[in-house]
Design a protein around this ligand. Structure first.
Ligand SMILES: *Cc1c(COP(=O)(O)O)cnc(C)c1O
Length: 382
């Protein structure tokens, strides 16, 4: 039986990106590798609309978050940790391990971070040196309005570090425009590459701060300055053996996104998300994020209160794998990821499977779901 992955990471890697040449090893100290690295860096500059380098090392998203934290945060820092879900909490926990003082700011799950409350917290406490934010909160399906949130923080104020693990690739994430000082991301979500690559980008201010920090970093493998030094050698490379196979796939997936045209690609994710929500709403299942303005284009959370797990089990038996609710949302929501290259056939398959899974639980949804989803997909035309 075919299996279809709609989990919020990893996502299916389009077969055109993963070819046999991933198995052919190249040395990370030879010309072909330097060329690959140059291509990747140049494509990432286009994706991010920035000039700065992107540090890439072997890890998942959590490792990239830890790298960001360990390079910047020490026990002397006061950290405003803004969380609107599980991943905001994880970022907080990682920062907490440095013994910095953590000032929590919690937003109700399903809602987005508000500029006003972040600005208030920063103004009230001038000792805050770092703010932690999440771009796309994968546990609830919220895309935070980072631009307005960061604009409300004074320019010369605290350093702004962002979890962009599930936003990069699926939605505009232009860090300079957003005012980010540092973000962490990964390969297996919006970048449609197998798990295993962590990505970190820093602003000029972020790099300057690292240069001026005197205390020794507790990390060597994740020392961002060391990584940058190797990237800026005559030919770009890594200080340590990089996962060359994954980098080959990443190069192709970045090419695919850019070839689509960034605007078109990002619009295609919104189109999928909106059409999916039309369909599930028609079946009687409300989206977890009430405000459509902040719904994620990459992952949709839908309420199946009290029977989410049985629907998920039914879906899995059909070969359709989706994400469950995390923490206290287990059994109340399901999460469907569409950061990857998905279109109408995938949507029809997914909605049809959700219909069947609900039917098996004894609830018989309105069959018009497919018509309304198609209508949204097709721009309102029949
Ligand atoms: C997936 C995810 C993480 C964790 O990433 P791993 O690759 O599983 O370590 C962190 N933050 C967000 C927002 C995520 O979606």
């Amino acid at each position: 039986m075919n299996r279809y992955l709609f989990t919020p990471g990893p996502v299916p890697v389009p077969s055109a990106f993963a070819s046999m040449d991933e198995r052919e090893m190249i040395s990370h100290r030879e010309e072909v590798f330097f060329e690959l690295m140059e291509l990747i860096q140049s494509k990432l500059r286009s994706l991010l609309k920035t000039e700065g380098p992107v540090i890439i090392f072997p890890s998942s998203g959590t490792g990239a978050l830890e790298a960001l934290v360990n390079n910047f945060i020490t026990a002397e820092d006061r950290v405003l940790s803004v969380s609107c879900g599980q991943f905001g909490e994880r970022f907080r926990e990682i920062a907490g391990r440095t013994e910095a003082e953590i000032i929590p700011l919690d937003i109700e799950p399903g809602r987005a971070i508000e500029a006003g409350s972040v600005a208030n917290a920063v103004v009230k406490d001038p000792g805050i040196s770092v703010v932690l934010l999440t771009h796309n909160e994968t546990s609830t399906g919220v895309l935070n309005p980072l631009k307005t949130v960061i604009e409300a923080i004074p320019d010369d104020g605290p350093l702004v570090l962002v979890d962009a693990v599930s936003s990069l690739g699926s939605t505009p994430c232009f860090p300079e425009d957003l005012g980010i000082d540092g973000f962490a991301s990964c390969s297996q979500k919006g970048l449609m590459t197998p798990p295993g690559l962590g990505l970190v980008w820093l602003s000029d201010r972020g790099w300057d701060l690292l240069e001026s920090k005197k205390e020794r970093k507790p990390c060597y493998y994740f020392d961002l300055k060391l990584h940058r030094k190797y990237l800026e050698k005559e030919r770009p490379q890594n200080p340590f053996t990089p996962p060359v196979s994954l980098l080959k796939t990443l190069n192709r997936s970045l090419g695919f996104i850019l070839d689509n045209g960034l605007e078109n690609w990002f619009a295609s994710r919104i189109r999928f998300a909106a059409s999916f929500i039309e369909g599930t709403s028609k079946m009687g299942m409300a989206p977890f994020v009430r405000d459509s303005e902040v719904r994620s284009p990459g992952v949709s959370a839908v309420i199946f209160d009290g029977y989410a797990e049985s629907v998920r089990k039914n879906l899995a038996e059909m070969g359709v794998v989706v994400g469950g609710g995390q923490g206290r949302m287990k059994n109340s929501i399901l999460r469907f990821a569409h950061y990857a290259d998905t279109a109408w056939p995938d949507l029809a398959l997914l909605l049809g499977s959700v219909y069947g899974s609900l039917d098996l639980t004894g609830y018989h949804p309105d069959t018009d779901f497919i018509r309304v989803a198609w209508k949204r997909w097709n721009g309102g035309e029949f």
